[in-house]
Design a protein around this ligand. Structure first.
Ligand code: ZN
Length: 243
């Protein structure tokens, strides 16, 4: 029987001929030994020590421990990895892949939920901004009317027009609170600590009127808190109107 000297073989071997030793045929791994220039096997794969020498090809393995290990050894000797290992790795890979998919799905769900929440927040903010913009527009329109009335009262020579303006102002005061708008505090600070004339000189008239309105509201609120019933605008607030 030609054997490949680079390979190892599972062969049937006999038992030690010792008193009390079960007379079973075992399996052992046979390999070429260069130093001895011979095929030599080790102990039986069941762990029992066995005498050197193969049994005839027709001999039947009777050791149950060797038989139990036979398939595993055959796979090892034919170069295959243990199927238990491969199967376990395959199973682990499948599990890992499934978990990865599930984790991806979870992440995607979380991401989607986050995006939805962000979108909802943005919608709410947009809605809030619209409401605020509408409110600011309404306030601005009311303030424009109020300014017109003030101008009429101070400049008109027609008593009827002045009375009308006063009525309008009273109506405006009745429907609009005099509370501060967002940003009035900031303009108040600019008025207090900034170079008001220089800063407003860089603005269009509409913008500087808007800024002056903010300072006026801020000033009114402060004075009202101090108990001033008829607070007047700070001097030089609308310097561009002065002659
Ligand atoms: Zn055995």
């Amino acid at each position: 029987m030609d054997r490949d000297r680079t390979r190892r073989y599972l062969v049937t071997v006999g038992p030690e001929l010792l008193p009390g030793e079960p007379q079973d045929a075992h399996l052992a791994v046979l390999s070429w030994n260069d130093r001895a220039e011979a095929w030599i096997h080790g102990q039986a794969i069941c762990g029992r020590s066995v005498p050197q020498g193969e049994l005839d090809a027709g001999a039947t393995v009777t050791c149950r421990d060797c038989l139990a290990r036979k398939a595993e050894y055959e796979r090892i000797l034919t170069g295959q990895a243990k199927p238990t290992t491969v199967d376990r790795l395959r199973a682990e890979l499948r599990t890992a892949t499934r978990h990865a998919h599930e984790a991806d799905a979870d992440r995607a769900d979380a991401q989607a939920a986050l995006l939805q929440a962000q979108a909802a927040t943005l919608r709410a903010q947009a809605s809030e901004n619209r409401v605020r913009a509408q409110s600011v527009n309404a306030h601005a329109q009311v303030d424009a009317v109020r300014r017109l009335c003030d101008l009429t009262i101070s400049a008109s020579v027609r008593a009827q027009a002045i009375d009308q303006a006063r009525d309008t102002l009273a109506a405006i005061d009745a429907i609009s609170d005099r509370r501060l708008w967002p940003g009035d505090d900031a303009w108040g600070t600019v008025w207090l600590h900034g170079n008001w004339r220089y800063l407003t000189s860089k603005m269009e008239t509409a913008a500087r009127e808007h800024a002056a309105d903010a300072v006026a509201r801020w000033n009114r609120e402060l004075r009202a808190q101090d108990g001033d019933p008829e607070p007047v605008e700070p001097e030089g607030l609308r310097w561009w109107r002065e002659p």
